[in-house]
Design a protein around this ligand. Structure first.
Ligand code: AHR
Length: 306
């Protein structure tokens, strides 16, 4: 694997502080805030790290530039949550040439897996499948007009959650009448939903599939402003299970949520240490996700960590 001997030029010897550059996507969602917090906690000085943090505000060019900066600074390791899947080959090759190992967290890239040491995250396609299977079971037998609020175009979760969901509803009476990106933000979800409501009317939409909770929360605002009742007149399914999403589920405004666990910091920090120590690591480390109906959400909401 590529990671074993990488980083040997750095000052990561025993007892030394490990300098890690972390290129985060931005701060688009509640999920992202929880993920950033988890990463900052795990990559703390107490745990032997000096963290150089960059959030790219969802701008891929800026994120590539940040990774290049980390390479120029000569950090010991780079952790990357890639905004989109494509376009990483060159800068990952530059990191490899400089002997700096890269650990991906959360999202994946289309580049060859020789160019990074490991990845830790969630199975986005399975999340989509779980959401789609529930939709199929609940609404698949009757004519159901669905609109989709997609995540950031070209991102792994947007691609995979669409594919997983579509496969699960195949052959049912759920019809996707429209699908647009809301960029994983609350404002984006609201704006796109307003457009859908104008185009189809509240009566013309039965179901919203939102690729994350924040967009579902934005859609709720748009639906209420249009005089309809979210969760009843228009059903909503989303992904993440962050606090605000779970509260909306308990309140009956969302109908089903598939979890996407943002607490990846400890696993990512462990991978960085192992890779720098020359140990063999798994190329892919998957974290399990749960799912919640309204009743299940009410039972667990007080004990959720994020
Ligand atoms: O990559 C994970 C996704 O990114 C989360 O589902 C979404 O909320 C975040 O912005």
């Amino acid at each position: 694997s590529s990671g074993g001997d990488a980083g040997s030029g750095g000052d990561s010897g025993s007892g030394d502080t490990i300098t890690v550059g972390f290129a985060q996507t931005g701060s688009e969602s509640g999920w992202r805030s929880a993920n950033t917090e988890s990463m900052k906690e795990a990559f703390s000085a107490e745990n032997g790290f000096d963290l150089v943090f960059n959030a790219a505000d969802n701008d891929t060019a800026a994120q590539i530039a940040a990774v290049r900066d980390f390479i120029n600074q000569g950090v010991d390791a780079i952790v990357l949550a890639p905004i989109v899947e494509d376009g990483w080959d060159d800068v990952l090759q530059e990191a490899a040439d400089a002997g700096i190992p890269v650990i991906l967290e959360d999202r994946t890239v289309s580049a060859s897996d020789d160019l990074y040491a490991s990845w830790v995250g969630l199975d986005f396609e399975k999340e989509g499948e779980m959401a789609g299977a529930w939709a199929a079971e609940q609404y698949g037998a009757e004519d159901t007009k669905m609109v989709v609020l997609e995540g950031t175009t070209g991102s792994a979760p947007a691609n995979d959650r669409a594919a997983g969901f579509d496969a699960a509803i195949e052959g049912t009476s759920i019809e996707k009448i429209d699908s647009q990106t809301g960029d994983f933000t609350r404002d984006g979800g609201k704006t796109v939903m307003e457009g859908f409501l104008q185009k189809y009317g509240a009566d013309g939409i039965d179901l919203v599939y939102a690729h994350n909770d924040d967009m579902a929360l934005g859609a709720i605002e748009a639906i209420e402003a249009a005089g309809a009742v979210p969760g009843e007149d228009i059903k909503i399914i989303s992904i993440d299970a962050v606090k605000d999403g779970m509260q909306a589920l308990v309140d009956g405004k969302i109908n089903f949520i598939v979890e996407c666990n943002p607490l990846l910091g400890e696993l990512a920090a462990g991978l960085v240490k192992d890779v720098l120590a020359g140990e063999d690591v798994e190329k892919e480390v998957y974290v399990e996700d749960a799912s919640f109906t309204q009743e299940q959400a009410a039972e667990v909401i007080d004990d959720r960590a994020y």
